[in-house]
Design a protein around this ligand. Structure first.
Ligand SMILES: NC(=O)c1ccc[n+]([C@@H]2O[C@H](COP(=O)([O-])OP(=O)(O)OC[C@H]3O[C@@H](n4cnc5c(N)ncnc54)[C@H](OP(=O)(O)O)[C@@H]3O)[C@@H](O)[C@H]2O)c1
Length: 281
């Protein structure tokens, strides 16, 4: 019961990995502070926490809005409450060839996965530096250590977080604030449906369950590890990428299914569309 009486704040707690970790921490006796946009889903997670005998509070938050993130930390630390762990997890993905991706979708991914995560970390560190303790666990991805065709923007967002987290890790050591990045391969959540995925999952090894990932995040809370790469096959793969990027690229290309693209060679000029075709600007 290592998280007993600790306070754990989770972003993206309304589903998937965030919800899984919130329940795992609650089972261990933590008070969990649940943040995301969908209030009804957060209330459902809160009910589940209470069924486990735990305590939860709900904070409707859009991490892309700086005021929302600031209010989240203001409200969470009311009456001098301290925060032991922040699981900085809210994230989205978008797949496609870069020249066909709608610019507004690219912006959304960067807003949530980069700006959102950095803002959550910024306010979390303000709390933790004052306390002189704390742990921020960033949900990056295997995609934060390797590259993948058709996932370029998502990959960019996750590499950004890997670099950001490593940078503040050194900065915050003297304040007793720990920083960890989590790098899961495929996980079965709303985000990743293997029946619709553009990746041939059978070539990647098995997809993780939310409970498996939640357990790793839980274990991470009482270590000071820089990185957690799961499953073992992802660890091996990220090592291959690091030392033999050409070989790794060939292996990745073999896994990623070809996405259909439009033949634009006959077009007079590029469209430079900001939103999806057919949508009103
Ligand atoms: N599933 C995978 O294969 C996989 C693999 C590696 C890494 N990851 C990472 O794991 C993290 C969690 O994803 P998941 O797989 O658990 O998917 P998920 O079930 O879709 O969860 C995503 C969570 O992020 C929240 N979110 C999205 N936009 C938000 C915003 N603007 N403000 C606040 N919250 C927001 C969602 O809540 P609301 O919609 O209610 O706001 C939801 O709770 C992401 O960072 C993802 O990149 C996933």
């Amino acid at each position: 019961m290592k998280l007993k009486d600790k306070v754990v704040l989770v972003t993206g707690a309304s589903s998937g990995i965030g919800m899984g970790f919130a329940l795992r921490a609650a089972k261990d006796g933590a008070t969990v502070l649940l943040a995301a946009r969908r209030l009804e889903k957060l209330e459902e997670v809160k009910e589940k926490v209470e069924e486990l005998g735990g305590k939860a509070e709900v904070f409707q938050t859009d991490v892309t809005k700086i005021d929302d993130v600031r209010n989240l930390f203001l409200d969470a630390t009311k009456d001098g409450r301290q925060i032991d762990v922040v699981f900085n997890n809210a994230g989205i993905g978008f797949v496609g060839n870069i020249y066909e991706l709608p610019a507004d979708e690219i912006e959304k991914v960067l807003d949530v996965n980069v700006k959102g995560m950095i803002m959550v970390a910024k306010f979390a560190t303000e709390v933790m530096v004052r306390q002189n303790f704390g742990h921020i666990i960033f949900c990056s991805s295997l995609a934060g250590l390797i590259t993948m065709p058709q996932w370029s923007v998502y990959v960019a967002s996750k590499w950004a977080i890997t670099g950001f987290a490593d940078s503040i890790r050194s900065e915050l050591k003297k304040f007793n604030v720990k920083i960890t990045t989590l790098h899961p391969g495929a996980v079965l959540t709303e985000f990743f449906d293997p029946t619709k995925a553009d990746i041939d999952i059978s070539k990647m090894g098995k997809a993780l369950t939310v409970d498996e990932v939640a357990e790793e995040v839980y274990k991470a809370t009482f270590t000071d590890k820089r990185r957690i790469v799961i499953p073992g096959s992802s660890q091996t793969f990220s090592n291959v990428y690091r030392f033999f990027p050409g070989l790794a690229e060939k292996m990745i290309n073999n896994m990623v299914k070809e996405v259909e693209y439009t033949d634009r060679s006959e077009e007079d000029e590029p469209e430079f569309s900001y939103v999806k075709q057919g949508e009103v600007e």
